[in-house]
Design a protein around this ligand. Structure first.
Ligand code: ADP
Length: 488
């Protein structure tokens, strides 16, 4: 049998995602670093070659001029003779520098020729330079020869022919310098690439680790573990915010989940007693143990009515829960609402001989009229329910700079100290046996707290058994952000 899994398509998509965040980030950073290093290397290589080539060409121009000056100095005008020994020295020196020098006198007779003097050295030098220069990128040149007229004190004294690798060539030292430069460039490129990859990997890990932990936590949450929490402190604001949100989500889902369980348990508990009573009564009557007398049937009917009221209250609670977020705010006069509420309870109060009054006043507040009216009805109905005949109910209005205040006071039975902290909880009834007769299901005050909290206000209670109770509702004068009551 094939079990359908609604998460399957998403899971498949996730499985098909080829790269983990860490790998993808590292690859991207490495690629960008590689590109940057390559661009920097190529640009600097081109720039250095260009400028260095120009510099070398200028140097070689100066060197040829120096050779010419040195050669012309070897002419003695007085004797019209040449110092051939020095010419030889100059020529050999130039040959080792990469220049083949030939000197001729005015008549065109050869004074000194490097090739004649040392053919082997010349051929080897030319071969070396040509080989090295052709092996070097971006340099296209060849050995060229230029003739220069030699002059001394304005007089022509001969000619010199110089051959060298034009437009320029690199000496042994130049090659060493260029090699060192290239090594430095490649080295720094490799170093920065390695650094970028390491930094990228580190950054990717810092990003992906918290994300992976978040995924683990959300997976555990989807498996029903809401106690799980993420620890903060990544130093990255967005990640810390994500952590906070996930923790908040876990907390609120956990709270919702336990409320849901609590609600189910509460409802089951509340239904069990009336259902057992009705069940046993009817069973006894069916088996003929009891006669279906009017009293017994009406006792069953009362229990069924109780179940009906409970269901009605739960519906009310569900309505308040689902609609609480949407408040239809208008300017509401609490005094007017208080008077109206008392008027609605007039018949019931006079039947029980209760006296009621509205005292004081306060400014109008921006609130949802129907919901605040519900608050008043619940509080006044409790005051009526839990005050003995002849008692007094007082509704007092007042205000502070920030809030308006409504007190619902009675001199009824009061609430014991142990019960007081729980009266706002759903289904909580202070005195269960007595409350069975009053018919309350313990939802009224929970509804009050929810509505007041949604308005951004608070409800508190003070009470002493036998003396009476005072419920105080405080609402902010300015609209407060809507909040859910803690009890839901
Ligand atoms: P119920 O429907 O039982 O009245 P509520 O939520 O309105 O439920 O009240 C919870 C419990 O708080 C009541 O069962 C009652 O014991 C106690 N209580 C509420 N209001 C008063 C009051 N004015 N005087 C005494 N007890 C009160």
């Amino acid at each position: 049998m094939k079990i359908s899994d609604p998460k399957r398509p998403e899971r498949k998509r996730v499985e098909h995602a080829k790269y983990a965040l860490k790998t993808k980030l590292s690859l991207h950073i490495a690629f960008v670093a590689l590109l940057t290093v390559a661009v920097v290397a190529v640009l600097s290589h081109i720039l250095i070659n260009h400028h260095f080539g120009n510099y070398i060409a200028r140097q070689q121009q100066r060197r040829t001029e120096e050779i010419l000056t040195n050669v012309s100095r070897q002419y003695d005008a007085a004797t019209e003779s040449w110092n051939l020994e020095y010419l030889h020295a100059i020529g050999m020196y130039a040959l080792y520098d990469g220049y083949i020098v030939r000197a001729y006198d005015l008549r065109g007779e050869m004074l000194w020729d490097a090739e004649v003097c040392d053919m082997n050295a010349c051929t080897q030098m030319m071969g070396d330079i040509s080989r090295k220069m052709r092996g070097y990128p971006h340099t296209e040149g060849s050995f060229t020869t230029k003739s220069f007229l030699l002059q001394r004190e304005g007089r022509e004294i001969g000619t010199v022919r110089i051959s060298w690798f034009a437009p320029y060539f690199f000496s042994e030292n130049d090659f060493l310098f260029l090699d060192a430069l290239n090594t430095a460039l490649v080295g720094s490129g490799v170093f920065s690439l390695a650094l970028a990859v390491a930094a990228g990997f580190f950054l990717a890990r810092r990003l992906s680790d918290p994300l992976r932990k978040t995924v683990d936590v959300t997976k555990r949450m989807s498996g029903g573990d809401y106690a799980v929490r993420l620890s903060e402190g990544s130093n990255i604001r967005e990640l810390d915010e994500l952590t906070l949100s996930v923790n908040h989500l876990a907390r609120s889902i956990g709270a919702q989940e336990s409320l849901r369980k609590q609600l189910t348990a509460d409802v089951a508990h509340e239904l069990r007693t009336p259902l057992t009573i009705v069940g046993t009564h009817i069973e006894a009557m069916m088996e003929g143990l009891w006669k279906p007398t009017r009293e017994r049937l009406s006792s069953c009917y009362e229990e069924i009515e109780r179940i009906g009221r409970l269901v009605f209250d739960m519906e009310k609670l569900a309505k308040v829960e689902s609609e609480n977020l949407k408040l239809d705010r208008t300017q509401v006069s609490l005094r007017e609402l208080a008077e109206k509420t008392l008027r609605n309870f007039e018949t019931e109060m006079s039947a029980r001989g209760l006296r009621a009054s509205v005292e004081g006043d306060c400014s109008e507040v921006s609130a949802d009229r129907d919901r605040i009216s519900q608050v008043l009805v619940n509080l006044v109905s409790n005051a009526v329910k839990y005050t003995q005949p002849g008692g007094t109910i007082r509704l007092a209005l007042s205000e502070t700079d920030e809030t308006v205040r409504l007190d619902v006071e009675d001199d009824g039975i009061g609430i014991s100290e142990e019960d007081l902290p729980f009266v706002f909880e759903r289904f909580y009834r202070a005195d269960k046996s007595r409350n069975r007769t009053t018919g309350g299901s313990g939802i009224g005050l929970a509804v009050v707290q929810s509505i007041v909290a949604t308005h951004g206000g608070a409800v508190t209670v003070q009470s002493s058994p036998g003396e009476g109770s005072r419920f105080r509702v405080e609402l902010p004068k300015r609209d407060a952000p809507q909040e859910r009551a803690g009890c839901f």
